[in-house]
Write a protein that binds this ligand. Structure first.
Ligand code: UDP
Ligand code: MN
Length: 425
């Protein structure tokens, strides 16, 4: 009897110790997730931080023929800390789902599995799936700083916070002027006082709020109007920035301020949060005459010998890009007549190409995005997408709008109110 009690006590003691100190499962990990900082953390694999590898040595800065001094922007210390993390969802691995995890309720509010998101660290590590050549690249020592603008409407707590954490964890601090979270009239309680309280510990993060539901286009514009950085970088509110994502973007803008740059958008699975590339390599943005966005293979004659090189892109996907702040406003920002969601990616793409700029996809910059299972939010007024697409086609596509009408005859009869005044001379 006594021995049994002793055993029981020993077992309970061990359990408490494990609960307190085991990385990733222990209470300590909860605490760590709440108290955000960039200092070395406690999530190391037993056996310590992996030794530095030869290909992870800082490369020496070089002065190019153009006189620009280039440096290695990798944060090897942070990379090693990330490599040492383990646990649910770490290294971008799929979360082991049970059937009870996949109930409808888990998807209802966000269109992705928020139960899973809530059980993965806000500082989780991601696999470095960049092309090998990216690991050797140097970028200008003097880069413009950027405001990061993240619009959100009723975003989940952990998915929004993981976006912010990933940006702050994986960007050189001197390149982040600020992070502006723009709330598009959310009604979820967690996005009010709790969000403000949480962000008090992150002095670079500011929260703005729209006064009514504006839709993502005018919400992004509100953030852009407040931005102070030399560059503005837009992200969705459910993203994860991957290793060294920012310098390759800013470097292209530093070389030509009229270049709009997009990272490669990786897929965060809406069920299990596994992190992976999009299907198909060497693809870029396009659209058909129904104005559906699609990715199509880069024609062989335009493919580069080195797939890590930036390549031109006709139209962007929409949510994730960086642009020189003044150039964005010279382009007229977005058309404020576009409602709620969609079409704005064509508008900004057409304008940059027609106004003497260019748009590029940057293979060495990777950001994950949760592609939803379904759209969880209401679209006031119902048919805003069709109106937006008609408006963009009429304003920017001249006689080609006729091809759209042939495929989408119902667009002809949509109200054309407010359409004409945006036409630029
Ligand atoms: N969003 C917004 N207002 C809206 C709809 C969306 O601020 O009325 C935000 C949303 O939270 C996200 C971004 O705009 O950060 C893009 O929307 P979403 O992710 O739904 O688009 P998708 O990625 O599915 O195309
Ligand atoms: Mn999105």
């Amino acid at each position: 009897m006594r021995r049994k009690e002793k055993r029981l006590l020993q077992f309970a003691g061990l359990l408490i110790a494990a609960l307190l100190f085991l990385p990733n499962v222990g209470l300590w990990s909860l605490y760590r997730d709440r108290v955000f900082d960039n200092s070395p953390d406690t999530m190391d694999r037993p056996g310590g931080i992996p030794p530095i590898q030869l290909n992870q040595m800082r490369k020496v800065a070089q002065v190019g023929l153009d006189g620009v001094r280039r440096t290695d922007w990798h944060d090897y210390e942070a990379m090693r800390r990330d490599a040492a993390r383990f646990g649910n969802g770490e290294q971008g691995k799929p979360f082991p789902l049970t059937e009870t995890d996949q109930v409808d309720q888990a998807y209802r509010e966000n269109g992705f599995n928020i139960y899973v998101s809530d059980r993965i660290s806000l500082n989780r590590s991601l696999p470095d799936i960049r092309h090998e050549n990216c690991k050797q690249k140097l970028y200008a020592e003097k880069l413009p700083n950027t405001s990061i603008i993240i619009p959100f409407h009723n975003e989940g707590w952990s998915s929004l916070l993981r976006t912010v954490h990933s940006v702050l964890n994986r960007s050189p601090p001197q390149l982040i002027a600020e992070v502006i979270l723009v709330d598009d009239f959310s009604d979820k309680e967690h996005l009010k006082v709790p969000l403000e309280e949480y962000m008090k510990r992150m002095p670079k993060v500011h929260i703005l709020r729209t006064k009514k539901r504006e839709g993502l286009i005018r919400t992004r514009l509100l953030g852009a109007a407040a931005a102070k950085g030399e560059v503005i970088t837009f992200l969705d509110s459910h993203c994860e920035a991957n290793v060294n994502w920012l310098p390759p973007l800013l470097d292209r803008i530093a070389q030509n301020r009229k270049t709009i740059v997009c990272p490669m958008i990786d897929v965060i699975d809406h069920d299990n949060f596994g992190y992976d590339t999009q299907a198909g390599d060497a693809m870029r943005g396009a659209f058909d005459w129904e104005m559906y966005y699609k990715r199509i293979p880069i024609p062989p004659e335009l493919q580069r010998d080195d797939p890590s090189q930036p390549f031109e892109s006709p139209v962007m996907a929409g949510g994730l890009f960086a642009v020189d702040r003044k150039w964005f406003w010279e382009l007229g920002g977005y058309d404020t007549g576009l409602e709620i969601w969609g079409g704005e990616q064509y508008e900004i793409s057409f304008k940059v190409w027609m106004c003497g700029g260019r748009m590029e996809d940057i293979p060495c910059s990777r950001v994950g995005h949760i592609y939803r299972k379904y759209v969880p939010y209401k679209v006031p007024g119902g048919i805003s997408l069709a109106k937006n697409l008609k408006r963009v086609a009429e304003v920017w596509m001249d006689e080609y709008a006729e091809y759209v009408y042939q495929r989408r005859p119902e667009y002809r009869h949509l109200s054309a109110r407010n359409m004409a005044e945006r036409r630029r001379s």
